[in-house]
Design a protein around this ligand. Structure first.
Ligand code: ASP
Length: 333
């Protein structure tokens, strides 16, 4: 008789990590940098998952890499507020423990996603803003930096240009208060006209670890020329980020106000819980965003069984997926 005694227990799940680096008309001369950025993030997060690390550690590490990369609108290199500062929002969520941590309007932290992790682990609360968030992070060991360290000359120029356009009455339609669904042009033209799209370089990650836990993280500098104090969807639970082992993990990017009004992250994960495949639910979420409020953006969505979906209605979305079969990146889905 033959007995097979396993020496190590096999993982319950094949770990999976998805990341995104924004959804918009990514120009050709920025394509390579976006792809390299998402690949670096994937490699870092995937190494953690492959060693048996948690989904939460993987998404935090992946988003930290993306925050540190100045090509993205997160951490250093983010878009500037109308008064020329970087103001950052970030959230992460652990779908196994149903714990979340978020920060918004922080100006003195290099990696807001790490501050969000501290909120998740060290606080009975879920969300801190402004100087209170900075002080909380500092009291748990994070350095407070000068906001100027997060500001790039590239972004000063971009702000000057945006404000000149605004003064000339040429502000981007998406943020000027003209709601896109009032526009009568055909949807196909809308979807392929890059001039319609403000840049959306927010970053995010979702992961499933070998223990079957889901996690999600999203981090952003928000929208260009935003008034100080404006918070978008990215760091709000159920809007730009959500994770629950009983449904799915999600991270979104795009025009924040419509995403918030539809609580779109939760909308998508609820559909997965209801039996819709993530690849379908991702596409449905983006169509709903457009059909209901004329919104635009991109989504990564991962179910507890490892099936996943990606979708966007912008000309491009920087994305990457790591599975045990390897890493894949792209600029369209
Ligand atoms: N959703 C973000 C916000 O509205 C922007 C983005 O995704 O780039 O703050």
């Amino acid at each position: 008789m033959h007995y097979h005694i396993p020496v190590t227990s096999t993982p319950k799940h094949a770990p999976i990590l998805l990341v995104h680096g924004g959804a918009w008309a990514i120009p050709a001369d920025a394509a390579a940098a976006h792809l390299a950025g998402v690949r670096n993030a994937l490699e870092t997060g995937h190494t953690i998952l492959a060693r048996g690390g948690s989904a939460l550690d993987a998404v935090e590490a992946a988003v930290t890499v993306l925050e540190d990369d100045p090509i993205f609108d997160a951490g250093r290199g983010s878009f500037l507020t109308s008064d020329g500062r970087v103001q950052l929002d970030a959230l992460l969520m652990d779908g196994g423990r149903m714990k979340a941590g978020g920060v918004a309007c922080v100006e003195r932290l290099r990696n807001p996603i790490q501050a969000a992790r501290l909120v998740l682990e060290k606080s009975p609360h879920v969300y801190f803003v402004g100087s209170g968030a900075e002080q909380f992070a500092h009291s748990h060991g994070m350095a407070l930096i000068d906001n100027a360290e997060l500001v790039l000359d590239r972004e000063r120029e971009r702000l000057t240009h945006a404000q000149a356009r605004e003064a000339a009455g040429l502000a981007d339609l998406t943020f000027s208060g003209h709601i896109l669904h009032d526009d009568k042009s055909p949807e196909t033209a809308f979807l392929h006209d890059p001039a319609r799209f403000a840049s959306h370089d927010t970053v995010g990650a979702v992961a499933l670890d070998a223990h079957g836990n889901l996690a999600a993280a999203t981090s952003t500098g928000g929208t260009l020329n935003k008034p100080p104090g404006r918070v978008g969807d990215s760091s709000l639970i159920g809007c730009g980020c959500y994770a629950d082992n009983l449904s799915a993990a999600v991270s979104l990017t795009g025009w924040g106000e419509p995403i918030m009004k539809l609580v779109l992250g939760k909308w998508a994960t609820d559909r997965v819980a209801g039996g819709t495949a993530p690849e379908i639910a991702a596409r449905e979420a983006i169509s709903y965003l457009y059909s209901r409020l004329g919104g635009h953006g991109g989504i990564i969505l991962l179910g507890p069984d490892g099936r996943f979906g990606l979708a966007h209605n912008t000309p491009a979305m920087a994305w990457g997926v790591a599975t045990p079969n390897g890493l894949q990146t792209g600029l369209t889905v």
